[in-house]
Design a protein around this ligand. Structure first.
Ligand code: NAD
Length: 256
C-alpha cells in the first residue's frame, strides 16, 4: 500500500468508548467511512444503540453498540470480550469517554476529583490492559487516547480535568514504549474546544467567549468533523512509524 490507500481501514475493527455522541461519535463515523467495523460503548444503552444505527445507515460498515462504564474493570473486560466475540479481533482502540467537572479547587470535593480521574485516566488504563493480550497476539494495534489541550497547557478552574489529561499523555508515552516492538502504536489526540455536549453548559458564556477569543488562534470552536482526520490518520497504516506522540487539534491554542 502507498499514498492515499494507507488511510483506508477496510477489514479493521475499532472499539471506541463513549461513542454515543460528541467527538466519539464523530470519530466512529469517520472510521466507518474509511471502511472499519466499529463497536461503540456508552453508559446509556438506548443512546449507544441509536448512535450505532445512525452510523450504520450512513456507511457500509458494521457498527454495533454496547452499554458499558469505563470506570469499572469488569466492564472493560466485558467490552473487549464482546468485540472479540462479534468481530474476532480488535485492531484499533480509541479511549474517548471522558468527563469534566469545573470549578476552583476549594469548591470541589475529593469525590469529584476521583470521579474525573476514574473516567479520564483509570478508564483508558483499564481498556488498554484489557486489549493488550489481543493486540500482542495479533502483533498489531492502534491505540488512540483522547487527551486535551488542557493536558498540555493550564487553565484555571480545571484542576481535576487537566490533571487527568496530563496523566493520560504520560500513559500514552509509557505504553508506546512497552509495546513499541510488538506492532502496537499508542498516541494521543489533544483536541482544543469543540462544541459537544460536554461544552454545552459553557457555550456562549462570557467566559467561553473570552477563552475562545484569546486562547484559540482561529478564534472559533472546532466543528465535529474536524477531529476525523486525526483519528483516521492515527488509526491507519499512514501513521505506522508514529508512536508515543500527541497530535494537537486545537485551532492554534498551543502555538502561542
Ligand atoms: P461528550 O460529553 O460530548 O461525550 C463523552 C462521551 O463519554 C459520552 O458519550 C458519555 O456518555 C461518555 N462517557 C462519560 N463517562 C463515561 C463512562 N464512565 N463510561 C462510558 N462512557 C462514558 O464529550 P466530548 O466533548 O465528545 O469529549 C470526548 C473526549 O474528548 C473526552 O475524553 C474529552 O475529555 C475529550 N476532549 C473534548 C474536548 C471538547 O472540546 N469537546 C476538548 C478536549 C478533549
Amino acid at each position: 500500500m502507498h499514498g492515499i490507500d494507507l488511510f483506508r481501514l477496510d477489514g479493521r475493527v475499532a472499539l471506541i468508548t463513549g461513542g454515543s455522541k460528541g467527538l466519539g461519535m464523530a470519530m466512529a463515523s469517520g472510521l466507518a467511512s474509511a471502511g472499519a467495523d466499529v463497536l461503540l460503548t456508552s453508559r446509556n444503552e438506548t443512546e449507544v444503540q441509536q448512535a450505532a444505527l445512525e452510523i450504520t445507515d450512513a456507511s457500509s460498515s458494521t457498527v454495533i453498540g454496547l452499554e458499558a462504564d469505563v470506570t469499572k474493570p469488569e466492564d472493560a473486560q466485558r467490552t473487549v470480550d464482546h468485540a472479540i466475540k462479534k468481530f474476532g479481533k480488535i485492531d484499533i482502540l480509541i479511549n474517548n469517554a471522558g468527563i469534566n467537572i469545573r470549578g476552583p479547587i476549594e469548591d470541589l470535593t475529593p469525590e469529584q476529583f476521583e470521579q474525573v480521574m476514574a473516567t479520564n485516566t483509570t478508564g483508558p488504563w483499564l481498556m488498554c490492559r484489557a486489549v493488550a493480550p489481543h493486540m500482542k497476539r495479533a502483533g498489531y494495534g492502534r491505540v488512540i487516547n483522547l487527551s486535551s489541550t488542557l493536558g498540555v497547557v493550564g487553565l484555571v478552574e480545571r484542576s481535576p480535568y487537566a490533571t487527568s489529561k496530563g496523566a493520560l499523555i504520560m500513559m500514552t508515552k509509557v505504553l508506546a514504549l512497552e509495546w513499541a516492538e510488538q506492532g502496537i502504536t499508542v498516541n494521543a489526540i489533544c483536541p482544543g474546544p469543540f462544541l459537544t455536549p460536554m461544552n454545552e453548559p459553557i457555550a456562549d458564556t462570557e467566559w467561553s467567549n473570552h477563552v475562545i477569543g484569546s486562547c484559540v488562534a482561529m478564534r472559533r470552536w472546532g466543528q465535529l468533523h474536524e477531529i476525523q482526520g486525526a483519528a483516521i490518520y492515527l488509526a491507519s497504516d499512514a501513521s505506522s512509524f508514529v508512536t508515543g506522540t500527541t497530535l494537537l487539534v486545537d485551532g492554534g491554542w498551543t502555538a502561542h
